[in-house]
Design a protein around this ligand. Sequence first.
Ligand code: FES
Length: 70
Amino acid sequence: MIVCVCHNVSDRAIRAAMDAGATSLSEIRAQLNVGACCGKCLPSAKAIVSECREDAMPRFTAVRRELVAA
Ligand code: FES
């Protein structure tokens, strides 16, 4: 699904950038130009970033537990 029509950025591109290490909407904006024109995509982009963060949190917690236990 295209999230940012102005810059032709899909939700998959945002998720891929998050998987590649982006951690915030600011980083996504810098990498993909999301929201750099009309800004109407920002609420959707923000929701996808939040969703990705929530998905990543269980993995982060598991790794942290392993590090603390080591
Ligand atoms: S839709 Fe993203 S800047 Fe316009």
